[in-house]
Design a protein around this ligand. Structure first.
Ligand code: BG6
Ligand code: MG
Length: 216
């Protein structure tokens, strides 16, 4: 199943660092204002999907209808809160091994792309001190939210590669489905139960380095 790739496309949130608690905290506060009580289980439904799609899922869950203008205001509010929650992020917030992992991949001449749905990704990469490793960062603006394959296909087209030359790494089910829809091999950070569509599973990102050392 695993063939040495020319490009590895990483998701950011939940793969290189943990931000889903912060995203969820910001959404929960906003939901409360709307009279919607988000249970902890809802966090999983928001992983990997765009800001707009996250809000739509919350509104549908709460049975609340809003105008597009009202949605824009709420999304901006959520984002301001989220940004304050990640303001102190540094290298220390990287998952174990991440810098060694990126260094190793680069040393093997494999291209690195970031395929995150987050518009905060470039600034977060800077805070984490790892922006320099990426040959390309997909701009999610104007692209369909995961589980659409748009973000992964954009990275592939940027490098003029074919799907079988790329591997995607994701922690969210929406992201894994997007990778598979793009016809790429999908590595899931999580369990087979949570990410049934992934080809290969690891419980944690730190397990990727020893695995790739035997294959690249
Ligand atoms: C994804 C997160 O990486 O980015 C989602 O998993 C988030 O939870 C999405 O909604 C969009 O992020 P942002 O920073 O553009 O609101
Ligand atoms: Mg993720």
């Amino acid at each position: 199943m695993f063939k040495a790739p020319k490009c590895i496309i990483f998701d950011l949130d939940g793969v290189l660092t943990e931000t889903s608690k912060q995203h969820f905290q910001a959404w929960s506060k906003l939901a409360q204002k709307l009279g919607i009580d988000l249970k902890p289980e809802f966090e999983e439904h928001l992983k990997g999907v765009s800001r707009k799609e996250s809000l739509e899922r919350i509104l549908t869950f709460g049975g609340v209808t809003l105008s597009e203008e009202e949605k824009e205001v709420l999304m901006a509010e959520k984002n301001t809160h989220y940004q304050t929650l990640i303001k102190q992020f540094t290298k220390d917030n990287l998952f174990e091994n991440v810098e060694d992992l990126l260094n190793y991949i680069k040393s093997k001449g494999v291209l690195l792309a970031l395929g995150s749905a987050s518009k905060n990704a470039p600034s977060l990469l800077r805070s984490l001190g790892i922006k320099k490793y990426f040959d390309y960062i997909v701009d999610p603006r104007g692209k369909a939210s995961k589980p659409s394959p748009d973000i992964f296909l954009d990275a592939m087209k940027h490098f003029k590669l074919s799907a079988d030359q790329c591997i995607g790494i994701e922690d969210a089910r929406a992201g894994v489905i997007a990778i598979k829809d793009a016809q790429m091999v999908a590595i899931g950070i999580g369990t087979k139960e949570n990410l049934p569509e992934a080809d290969i599973h690891f419980a944690e990102t730190k397990q990727l380095l020893p695995y790739l050392k035997q294959r690249l």
